[in-house]
Ligand binder design. Structure first.
Ligand code: AMP
Ligand code: ZN
Ligand code: FE
Ligand code: FE
Length: 279
């Protein structure tokens, strides 16, 4: 029995996490993880520094990302692992998301203004891929909501007062971009999908795997997804979706994968990144 654990899902300050890549790596080592993937929303900026930092710690880092796709207006999150760090397909998709987010965030701020809430984008602290959690935090700081959760319930959640969907980017084109960049595409936290039609459609998409172990899930919650992934011979992954103080209920390391799964992705990434990319 090995006690190897690798958390394959967490967010840094380059999206909506509150820890820097350095702090995430230190923290992962402190709690005994031997592998980690930082999976920021729609950006791979963390990897400009994270590999250099990780060299000084007894931990292996796998490059990851979490793309926000959409299927018939429902948000679908897709994790990408082990892509080529210089891939144009990946950087182009990140660039498209950055424009999508700027446009959408301003629409959200306009809707808030209409109900008398004025937030200056300059007052939102962010270093990369910003979105609703940053706006939620601003509402909280102004004393307009009691918690981030309440900001989503009243203003920012789907269909709420200040919701704006933004340009939809499809599941298929996201999977194809990850594959073009040499990476593996994983359906993230499938239990968060609301419509059964979306779940059925996702099970027919050309994913390489599914995130079956999630945050503080127990075996009963995991089983349904493990069975579905196995039936498709998909990879089975897991992670905490740790965001620091933005989502205090998801502690780092609360879900993980063992060495076999981690080594598969890690060696794949090493191999891909030793070759020139032609995408
Ligand atoms: P965005 O990327 O701007 O669409 O924001 C989505 C992110 O907001 C998710 O990845 C979560 O981190 C966070 N989020 C979504 N719903 C909630 C909620 N009800 N409470 C707290 N955070 C949420
Ligand atoms: Zn997030
Ligand atoms: Fe997600
Ligand atoms: Fe996430």
């Amino acid at each position: 029995m090995s006690d190897f654990r690798a958390d394959l899902h967490c967010h840094s300050i380059f999206s909506d996490g509150t820890d820097s890549p350095k702090r995430l790596i230190e923290y992962a080592v402190e709690i005994g993880l031997q592998g980690l993937s930082i999976t920021d929303h729609d950006t791979i900026t963390a990897y400009n520094s994270a590999f250099e930092i990780a060299k000084n710690y007894p931990i292996r880092l796998l490059n990851g990302v979490e793309f926000s796709a959409s299927y018939q207006s429902e948000p679908v999150h897709i994790l990408g692992y082990g892509y080529h760090l210089q891939s144009k397909a990946i950087s182009n998709l990140c660039e498209r998301h950055s424009k999508r987010r700027e446009d959408r965030n301003h629409k959200i701020l306009e809707k808030l203004k209409k109900v008398g809430i004025s937030i200056d984008p300059e007052e939102l602290t962010h270093q990369g891929s910003w979105g609703r959690p940053h706006i939620a935090y601003a509402l909280f700081k102004k004393g307009l909501v009691q918690s981030i959760q309440q900001a989503f319930e009243v203003y920012l959640g789907e269909g709420k007062l200040a919701y704006a969907p933004g340009e939809p980017i499809s599941v298929l084109e996201t999977i194809e971009a990850i594959h073009a960049g040499g990476g593996k595409a994983i359906l993230a936290h499938p239990h968060l999908l609301k419509r059964s039609t979306t779940i059925r459609a996702m099970l027919k998409m050309p994913f390489d795997g599914m995130e079956c172990y999630y945050a503080r899930f127990g075996p009963a919650q995991e089983k349904k997804w493990i069975d579905l992934a196995r039936a498709r011979q998909w990879l089975i992954t897991g992670g905490s979706d740790y965001h620091g103080s933005f989502k205090p209920n998801n502690p780092l390391g609360s879900s993980w994968v063992g060495h076999e799964t981690f080594d598969y992705f890690y060696h794949h990434s090493q191999l891909i990144n030793q070759q020139p990319i032609h995408d």
